[in-house]
Design a protein around this ligand. Structure first.
Ligand code: AMP
Ligand code: MG
Length: 416
């Protein structure tokens, strides 16, 4: 059978994967552990904040009608009847011709409609103050409920909790917060040629970088990695290791899903009666992707080439992680943008190419460079500094200065 007839487009493959992913469920975590997590319920204000009208300034609480005519030439003198620090409720009602000294945040006493900031006053004696400037009625008073009103929905389920959200949850006195669970993701590298990063590099061997880079990807995109021991290209050993991963929410393998004589991962999964969902995607790098459900668990058989496994992760595993973690549908796939090429770029092949790119700003124009390093699927150093991916359709050609579609995979800072 002709390969091109059986190979799926990346969009088809994404749809097939995402259709098999469920939201994991909810756990309660302590407030600071909720940072970067997704809130799992709506949060309402449980009280008015500020809880009472209070002063926005250090100054004097006055009745506007008393001070309407005040000026530097003709100050108005008021009797100071009490001092109200923040955290204290004033005890005295301010009458005509009177004022209370008040600090920022202190509740506004009865009878008051205006605060004069201390810079506009002169206090010689203890018992009186001169108001040296007029002020609008109602100035420098923060109103009750301006920040939040009892019963108002402040954050809805699915909100990503950043520092501001943590602060509001603290204001609501939430010590524990219900958030969506993050998937635990087992990572299994396969290959007779692999040595671990702390083992001697014998002739003919290569260092297993995929377990580490995939674990980093998992963490970076909100999952919890579980790094399994590497399996040699022996069916029984691959199977034994996969069985130890069945307690995890997802399983990732790298290597062994191509068409080589020792590519046993697919065979082992078939023997374990996994339900195959897809194999092979029309993309470069990353064609040999295998996705199945193993006893209900999503299992991603990623290609072994170091760049391919990371690109496949970004296109297929990341969206699945985000769906499972409670993100809304529009937030599953990578964000995209348009950029102009720094240089000529060609895709003469018959598969869509995902080229590692460095994106930067030339004034207001987003620019893409894919030539800072070679692009082979074995060139892991092409990921260094890559904050984007240029997406090139088969036959597409972009001259220097032409617009291309890009995916954003890292921070794109605008030089100041
Ligand atoms: P495979 O898909 O098993 O045929 O592997 C494809 C290529 O990726 C081969 O050159 C492997 O040596 C390389 N490779 C496979 N697994 C890893 C890994 N864990 N770390 C680094 N390179 C790998
Ligand atoms: Mg292999």
């Amino acid at each position: 059978m002709n390969d091109s007839q059986t190979v799926l487009t990346p969009e088809q493959a994404q749809q097939l994967v995402l259709a098999r992913i469920d939201v994991l469920g909810i756990e309660r975590v302590s407030l600071l552990d909720a940072l970067n997590r997704l809130l799992a319920r709506d949060e309402e204000a449980t009280y008015d904040n500020p809880p009472h009208d209070n002063s926005a300034m250090d100054g004097y609480a006055v009745r506007f009608d008393d001070i309407a005519s005040a000026s530097a030439q003709q100050p108005v003198s008021l009797e100071v009847i009490e001092e109200i620090p923040a955290g204290t409720i004033g005890k005295k009602q301010v009458g005509p011709g009177q004022a209370s000294r008040i600090m920022t945040g202190a509740p506004i006493p009865a009878g008051i409609d205006t605060v004069i900031k201390v810079e506009d006053t002169k206090r010689d004696g203890k018992s009186s103050v001169d108001i040296m400037a007029p002020e609008e009625r109602g100035r420098h008073i923060r109103r009750r409920g301006e920040d939040m009103r009892t019963g108002e929905v402040l954050m809805s389920a699915g909100t990503r909790l950043m520092a501001g959200e943590v602060g509001v949850l603290a204001s609501l006195q939430r010590t524990f917060v219900p958030v969506y669970r993050r998937p635990t993701i087992a990572i299994l590298s396969t290959g007779d040629e692999l040595v671990e990063i702390d083992e001697p590099l014998e002739p003919g061997k290569i260092v297993n970088s995929n377990t580490a880079s995939l674990a980093a990807m998992v963490t970076a995109h909100g999952g919890v990695p579980v790094m399994l021991p590497t399996a040699p290209d022996i069916e029984d050993e691959i199977r034994r290791t996969i069985e130890t991963a069945l307690g995890c929410d997802f399983i990732l393998s790298s290597g062994g899903v191509s068409v080589g004589d020792f590519d046993f991962v697919k065979k082992v999964l078939e023997d374990m009666e996994a339900e195959q969902v897809l194999w092979r995607v029309a993309m470069k790098p990353g064609k040999p992707l295998f996705f199945c459900l193993l006893r209900g668990r999503p299992f991603f058989g990623l290609p072994g080439n170091p760049v391919s496994s990371l690109m496949s992760f970004l296109q297929f595993v990341r969206p699945a992680v985000r769906k499972a973690s409670g993100y809304a549908e529009g937030e599953w796939l990578l964000p995209t943008a348009r950029a102009r090429m720094h240089h000529l770029l060609n895709n003469p092949g018959d598969r869509r190419e995902y080229q590692r790119a460095r994106l930067d700003w030339d004034g207001d124009q987003l620019m893409a460079d894919t030539a800072y390093r070679a692009q082979g699927s074995h060139i892991l150093t092409s990921m260094l500094g890559a904050n984007g991916v240029v997406v090139m359709e088969p036959g597409q050609r972009a001259e220097a200065g032409d617009e291309v579609g890009v995916q954003i995979i890292g921070d794109v800072f605008r030089p100041s």
